[in-house]
Every structure is written in structure tokens, then in C-alpha cells.
Design a binder for this molecule. Structure first.
Ligand code: KIV
Ligand code: ZN
Length: 509
């Protein structure tokens, strides 16, 4: 049977970024978009331009820079929002506007307070408005899985007549089951007479853990675009995970007979980048990209895999870009070997960044006998964070113990080179460090989350700290790594504050 092509629509930068506490700055969004281009996704939903000046700027920048994917801007069904989406995306090589409007009785009755006929009319007018600007227009009847199917058929037919080229069916609240959702898609294919004039798409949320199953079922029933995110991040429990859908289609092509244009060897790297920049940790048992996804603990399994991988491995980890061997480096490893290993892991640093990263590696190798790939990834990530700093942590000193009043002294370098130092007392050393840093930066904020984990096993492991802070109702994440967890905490705090400073600069008109 010949295989049919599925369009991969990535919404990591829009729905994924909407996840609580995942806010990314413009540069980080561009970095992710560039990696999504390498992954060869077909469509990047780059953001929601009318929602904030920062989102507008990010969509516009991505539209300028990323030329090998369709760049899509989300818009609610309002003239000004559609105009703003067009302004942001019009410089793309292949722009798309995605208009959404609630369709279910629940939303119409309680949220929009409009009748079905009124909604139908607005949908037609808004799709036509977007079509005034461009040919590539997507329409989503929001909460479609809880919408009366007969009404859904009418609205889909009407928006296709008005010019929609893709019609997306969202399971907005993750309520559908695979059989139900498959039947909904099958019903649309059968009952919407002009459906062949548009691409049928699906967009599933994971509230019941069914987003990937629902998406795959929909693809089997005729959908040809699937909306998904890296690591499955997104509103609430997230969206369907891109890597799971793509690898299911590839591994079980005998069942699906569908293919994608994705370069699967870029999956692991993309997953790490998104986790790093959003500060959403990938759970160890996460399918495809979790640290345990290809790790065999049971003796019987290990024995089988050594004899023949296929005994217990249904996928080759190299197919998703997980480095083949976990080569261990140490203090005798030179710059050349360091550069080579980074290249094998998919990183290419310019000379200056490589010199700094190599210096950090040597320092680490002095403290830690064996430097693993995960240590190197953490090191490169720390290097990346340092590059985009506003304030830089120059010096930190902590006094703690029992009995003792924890005290921290920190020195920061401002963007203009000015040096600021301050000290503070705290309930513990981390509290004291945070207070001292906050005294210098001077922007009121609340620490809402603080987690520490070690990157690898062992007492000499690198510690990674992730924090979330809140300022004016917006959450900013920060990450820091070091073999000293107090230093890692200080770096995470400064990373979050630097993001806040960058965001406030962009969002202030
Ligand atoms: O979940 C949803 O319904 C959405 C729409 C904007 C497509 O994200
Ligand atoms: Zn969504």
C-alpha cells in the first residue's frame, strides 16, 4: 500500500509556550524555531501576535529568519487580531493565518453568549478577512469534540466556502476518547461535501492522557495534518507529543501507511533544547526522549539486547538522535576531543564560546573524575545562558552552618560593565543568595517554585536548579547548573531575573 504524507504542524511556540511558567523570550523562540526547521516540521505556529508586543515581535522575527517552513500566526476571530497576525507574518516565505472561534454550545452559552448562527456568520467573515491577505488560512472551531456534529459540519463547510484551506478539529479540553474522536473525523470526511478542498487537521490536548492516541486515530480516519508540540508541552496537561506521533507512524508504518517529512535524527536535540529553554523537565520514563526510554535495567532484557537489539528494542535510539556511545571524558581530554564530542552530540559552538565551554569543562574535569554526555549538555546549556545574560554573576560567597545566620555576598556585573555588590541574611543559604541578588536588581518578584536535581549519578554530579518567579502575574523560569548547588541556585535566580528584564524591555511600548 502506498504511504500518504502527514503534515506536521508544530505549536510548541504557541500552545506549548502557553503552558504555565513556560514563557520564552524572543531570542529563545527564534532558537527553537531554527531547530524546528532542522527537524523539518512543515508548519511552525510561531505565536499569537495580538496577544502581546513580545509575541508579535517573535512571530515577525521567525517569519523573517526561518524560510523552509510555513510560518503560522494564531488569531482570534476579530478584525484587528487578524490584521495584526498578517502584519507579523507577511514577510514569511510561506505565511499562514490560523483563526479560531469557539463552536460548542457550552462555550457559546457560558463564554461568548452568542447563538450558533451568529458564530457561523463571524467565522465566515473572519476567514474571508484573512483570505483578503493570503491564500493559506486555517480555521479552528474551538472545543470541536464537544460540539454538536451537525453544527460542526455546517461551520466547516461554510469556512471552506469562505476560503479556509485547512480546517483544524481541536479536542480543546482533552475530553474525547480515541474511538469517539476517530468517529468525529470519519463523520466530517463523510458529511462535509467540500472537505476535499481543505486539509483536515487535528489538535488534541492530553487531559486524559489520550492526546497521541486520539491524534493517531484521527490520522487513520482521514486527517492529514496533526498539531503537536515537542515533549508534549502545552496548556494544562499539554498537547499531543510530536516525537511520539512521528515515531509511532514510523515504527508502525505497517499499521498506519503514513509518513512525515521529519528528520527523526533531530528529535533528541530538539527535545533537550525545548526542555532547557522552557525549564520543563522531561520525565525519565517519557516515551522516545526520556532518559530511561532506551535504558534496560532487567538482566534478562540486557542479555537480550546484547545478543540482538530487536529482542527488547522496537526503535534504534540513533534514529531519534540519541548519541550512539556514551563516551566518558576526563581531565586529560583535549580541546579537539572536546569539540569532536560536542559535534557528535549535535552542538557546534563558535571559537569564543568553545573556549569558554572548554574552560568550564576543564574546571569540571578537575572536580569530577568522569565527564559524561549529560554533563557536557549541561555545560553547553550553562554556556548558552551566560551568552544571553543581562546581569552576570561575578562573585558569590556564602556563610552557613549550625549555629550561624546564613549570609550571602554577591557581586553582579551590569550590561554597562558597572559592578554592584550587596549582602543579605536569610533563613538558609539559598534564601540569603536570592535576597542579595534581588536587592541589587530591585524588581519585586515572588519565588513560586524551586527544584534541584543532579544531572548524573554520584556525589560529584552537576546540580541543576530550576526556579520560577512571578512578577505582575507573569511567570519567569530560570535554570542554573554547577557542581555547587548554591552557585547553581544563584545562576538560576539570575537567569530568571534576566529573562524578566528582557521581557519587560520588549513588552514595554
Ligand atoms: O486547544 C485549542 O482549541 C487551541 C485552538 C486555538 C486551536 O489551541
Ligand atoms: Zn490547544
Amino acid at each position: 500500500m502506498s504511504e500518504k504524507r502527514v503534515i506536521i504542524f508544530d505549536t510548541t511556540l504557541r500552545d506549548g509556550e502557553q503552558a504555565a511558567g513556560g514563557s520564552l523570550n524572543v531570542h529563545e523562540k527564534l532558537e527553537i524555531a531554527t531547530q524546528l526547521e532542522r527537524l523539518k516540521v512543515d508548519v511552525i505556529e510561531a505565536g499569537f501576535p495580538s496577544s502581546s508586543p513580545g509575541d508579535f515581535e517573535a512571530v515577525n522575527l521567525i517569519a523573517q529568519e526561518v524560510k523552509n517552513c510555513t510560518i503560522c500566526a494564531l488569531s482570534h476571530a476579530q478584525i484587528e487580531a487578524i490584521d495584526s497576525a498578517w502584519e507579523a507574518v507577511k514577510c514569511a516565505a510561506d505565511p499562514r493565518i490560523h483563526v479560531f472561534l469557539s463552536a460548542s454550545d457550552i462555550h457559546l452559552l457560558y463564554q461568548l453568549k452568542k447563538s450558533q448562527e451568529e458564530i457561523l456568520e463571524i467565522a465566515i467573515v473572519m476567514v474571508a478577512r484573512a483570505r483578503k491577505y493570503l491564500e493559506n488560512v486555517e480555521f479552528s472551531p474551538m472545543d470541536a469534540s464537544r460540539t454538536d456534529p451537525e453544527y460542526l459540519y455546517r461551520i466547516i463547510r461554510a469556512v471552506i466556502d469562505a476560503g479556509a484551506t485547512t480546517v483544524n478539529i481541536p479536542d480543546t479540553v482533552g475530553y474525547a476518547t480515541p474511538a469517539e474522536f476517530g468517529n468525529l473525523i470519519g463523520g466530517i470526511v463523510e458529511n462535509v461535501p467540500n472537505i476535499h478542498r481543505a486539509v483536515l487537521s487535528v489538535h488534541c490536548h492530553n487531559d486524559l492522557g489520550l492526546a497521541v492516541a486520539n491524534s493517531l486515530e484521527a490520522l487513520q480516519r482521514g486527517a492529514r495534518q496533526v498539531e503537536c508540540t515537542i515533549n508534549g508541552i502545552g496548556e494544562r496537561a499539554g498537547n499531543a507529543s510530536l516525537e511520539e506521533i512521528v515515531m509511532a507512524l514510523k515504527t508502525r508504518s505497517d499499521v498506519f501507511h503514513l509518513n512525515t517529512g521529519i528528520d527523526t535524527s533531530q528529535i533528541y536535540k530538539t527535545s533537550r533544547l525545548v526542555s532547557e529553554l522552557t525549564c520543563f523537565v522531561v520525565q525519565p520514563n517519557k516515551a522516545i526522549v526520556g532518559s530511561n526510554a532506551f535504558r534496560h535495567e532487567s538482566g534478562i532484557h540486557q542479555d537480550g539486547v546484547i545478543k540482538k537489539a530487536i529482542t527488547y528494542e522496537i526503535m534504534d535510539p540513533r534514529d531519534v538522535g540519541i548519541p550512539a556511545n556514551s563516551l566518558v571524558m576526563g581531565k586529560l581530554s583535549g580541546r579537539h576531543a572536546f569539540r569532536e564530542r560536542l559535534a557528535e552530540l549535535g552542538y557546534s559552538l563558535d571559537d569564543e564560546a568553545l573556549t569558554r565551554a572548554f574552560g568550564a569543562f576543564k574546571e569540571l574535569a578537575d572536580k569530577k573524575k568522569e565527564v559524561t554526555d549529560r554533563d557536557l549538555e549541561s555545560l553547553v546549556a550553562q554556556e548558552r545562558r551566560t551568552q544571553s545574560e543581562v546581569y552576570h554573576l561575578d562573585h558569590i560567597e556564602v556563610l552557613c552552618g549550625e549555629p550561624c545566620i546564613p549570609t550571602a555576598t554577591v557581586r553582579l556585573v551590569a550590561p554597562d560593565g558597572e559592578i554592584y555588590a550587596d549582602a543579605a541574611l536569610g533563613t538558609g543559604p539559598v534564601d540569603a543568595v536570592y535576597k542579595a541578588i534581588n536587592r541589587i536588581i530591585g524588581i519585586p518578584n515572588k519565588l513560586t517554585e524551586f527544584t534541584v536535581k543532579s544531572v548524573t549519578e554520584g556525589i560529584d554530579a552537576i546540580g541543576e536548579v530550576i526556579i520560577r518567579i512571578e512578577c505582575d502575574g507573569v511567570t519567569y523560569t530560570g535554570r542554573g547548573a554547577s557542581t555547587d548547588i548554591i552557585v547553581a541556585s544563584a545562576r538560576a535566580c539570575l537567569n530568571a531575573l534576566n529573562r524578566l528584564l528582557i521581557a519587560q524591555k520588549v513588552d514595554s511600548p
